[in-house]
Design a protein around this ligand. Structure first.
Ligand code: FES
Length: 115
């Protein structure tokens, strides 16, 4: 039996616009996915100031405006669509994107060949 080429992370309906994020791991690293402007966006869950998890484990990534991902430690704000830090101690740095896809009613994580 062939190994799967992708893993289902969650049903699409679980990611609500501006709502809580989905926490998951990719290659042993913490990552998260949120829905913003209708599209699922996923990044490694590591602030670019100090590599702590942005949400400090509670799954809330958006600020009150619903447009920015906020680091709970010192308040860095990242544009949800690009991952670029627009305010805070790591201004100009960028969250590392994770290439997820959305298809057939699910959010998918590609599995590298050989795994
Ligand atoms: S650790 Fe995220 S802003 Fe300092």
């Amino acid at each position: 039996m062939a190994a799967p080429e992708r893993l289902s992370l969650c049903p699409s309906a679980n990611l609500v616009e501006g709502g809580p994020g989905l926490r998951f791991e990719v290659a042993g690293q913490a990552a998260f996915a949120v829905r913003y402007q209708g599209t699922v966006r996923a990044y490694l869950n590591a602030c670019r100031h100090i590599p702590v998890e942005l949400d400090l484990s509670d799954g809330r990534f958006f600020d009150l405006s619903g447009h920015y991902l906020v680091c709970s430690m010192h308040g860095a704000l990242y544009a949800a669509d690009t991952g670029v830090c627009v305010s805070g101690p790591c201004r100009g740095a960028r969250l590392m994107p994770v290439g997820v896809t959305e298809e057939d009613g699910s959010v998918w994580l590609p599995v590298p060949a050989g795994n």
